[in-house]
Design a protein around this ligand. Structure first.
Ligand SMILES: Cc1cc2nc3c(=O)[nH]c(=O)nc-3n(C[C@H](O)[C@H](O)[C@H](O)COP(=O)(O)OP(=O)(O)OC[C@H]3O[C@@H](n4cnc5c(N)ncnc54)[C@H](O)[C@@H]3O)c2cc1C
Length: 386
């Protein structure tokens, strides 16, 4: 077994393995114990080397981006946490629909800002979402009427079992509401290294979302413009009002964003839900028809099951500004998951709906252990022992 002392010199001088690294420091909710090993990878080859090394050492691996949608256990992670740090954004001018390729380690909101500054429409409503580019295809991030699936044309990734680069077209990503192939059948199989987008040069900002449209309409009377820049500012202002922008001065933003996704019900499930409303003497609930079924706002379900904004349970609670954001004040992962479980139980009891968690809850050990043997090894064990 290779011994990797914390902060000691790195195998082959490239990879900076550290040991016993506090994971809370790398997550927006500031929870989690130590990673047994932790490494930042700035190139594709570094990712391959780290994966290959972990496979050789039978170390479980957890991929980490910006840590805004992930919850680590209090006991920590008994393996290697691999932080994706690949950088670079390339704009290619192709007339009205330029391509933009962004490396997985780019900060998402920085990428959005660059697009807006270059007068490229398509991601302006996704301003202020925390995290890195590489995680956005995984749950098809979305807000204020846009989703990344609307502009993504390709995703490049390393297949963890073969260490080979594969490329997915938009269709092959199988995007759905907060879902993709990377979150469903191929969960944890790939490390995304690059995402390609097609945007619209001098395009009109998207104003599909009623709350954003109303906000802008009111302001337009006062200020005029509805260009991409002003829509970005409007989205950021709306998000700040709900503590949906990470800000260390705002304790309500110490979260993973929405903890639960909005349930999408089939007709039969919706009828069952209507029956529950009647049983509970609740007149009606907000609902939206979508191509996938009837969407019920999870926030409404949470608030109508006895969990109000500002609710507290020990060191954790619910944001005072957003019923779906579970927050950490001075608590533990155990407390947070216990609060989540109480909410799930109450919603199920009252409305017959099983809430689905949006955030990734990491087990102490990596769920991805397919027993496969890597065929390509960039580094050997002895190289790491140098
Ligand atoms: C205040 C706040 C507001 C938010 N608002 C929104 C919102 O409006 N809309 C929305 O959709 N989400 C929102 N989120 C959730 C979150 O920001 C997104 O899901 C984001 O894309 C996660 O990115 P990340 O880099 O932080 O991923 P992490 O939290 O680091 O990782 C999340 C998951 O993705 C995996 N992963 C990360 N990078 C890679 C990679 N390169 N390759 C393979 N797997 C990878 C991890 O293994 C993990 O399973 C919000 C979160 C917060 C804290």
């Amino acid at each position: 077994m290779v011994i990797l002392d914390g902060m000691r010199v790195k195998p082959n001088g490239l990879l900076d393995f550290r040991s016993e690294v506090p994971l809370a420091d790398f997550t927006t909710i500031e929870l989690g114990g130590n990673a047994k090993y932790f490494v930042r990878c700035e190139t594709v080859d570094e990712i391959r080397s780290a994966l290959s090394f972990a496979e050789g050492e039978k170390l479980p691996v957890q991929i980490l981006g910006g840590g805004s949608n992930i919850i680590f256990p209090d006991e920590g992670f008994d393996g290697l946490v691999l932080k994706v740090d690949l950088k670079g954004i390339t704009f290619t001018d192709e007339g009205s629909y330029p391509s933009v390729i962004a490396a997985a380690g780019e900060v998402w909101d920085g990428f959005v800002k660059s697009c807006v500054e270059n007068d490229l429409a398509g991601v302006e409503c996704l301003s202020g979402i925390p995290g890195l580019v590489g995680a956005t295809p995984i749950q098809n991030v979305g807000a204020y009427g846009q989703e990344v699936k609307d502009t993504i044309v390709s995703v490049r990734a390393i297949d963890r079992s073969l260490l080979e680069i594969v490329e997915f077209s938009q269709e092959e990503c199988c995007f759905g509401y907060r879902n993709s192939i990377f979150k469903s059948q191929d969960k944890n199989r790939f490390v995304i290294v690059e995402v390609g987008y097609k945007l619209v040069k001098h395009g009109q900002p998207s104003l599909k979302y009623a709350e954003l449209r109303n906000y802008v309409e009111t302001r337009r009377k006062e200020a005029g413009e509805t260009d991409l820049e002003s829509i970005r500012e409007a989205v950021l202002a709306l998000r700040r009002g709900k503590s949906m922008v990470v800000d260390e001065r705002d304790p309500n933003s110490r979260s993973v964003g929405s903890f639960f996704v909005n349930p999408v019900l089939s007709i039969a499930e919706y009828e069952n839900f209507l029956g529950k409303l009647k049983e509970n003497k609740i007149g009606e609930s907000p609902s939206f028809k979508t191509a996938e079924g009837v969407k019920i706002p999870a926030a409404w379900l949470v608030e109508n099951s006895g969990f109000h904004k500002g609710y507290r349970l020990g060191g954790v609670g619910i944001s005072s500004n957003h019923a779906l954001a579970l927050i950490n004040q001075s608590g533990t992962t155990k407390e947070l998951l216990s609060l989540a479980a109480s909410i799930e139980e109450a919603v199920f009891k009252k409305f017959g709906i099983a809430l689905e968690r949006e955030a990734v809850v990491v087990q102490r050990l990596d769920p991805y252990r397919n027993g496969s043997v890597n065929t390509k090894k960039d580094v050997t064990k002895s190289e790491f022992q140098k």
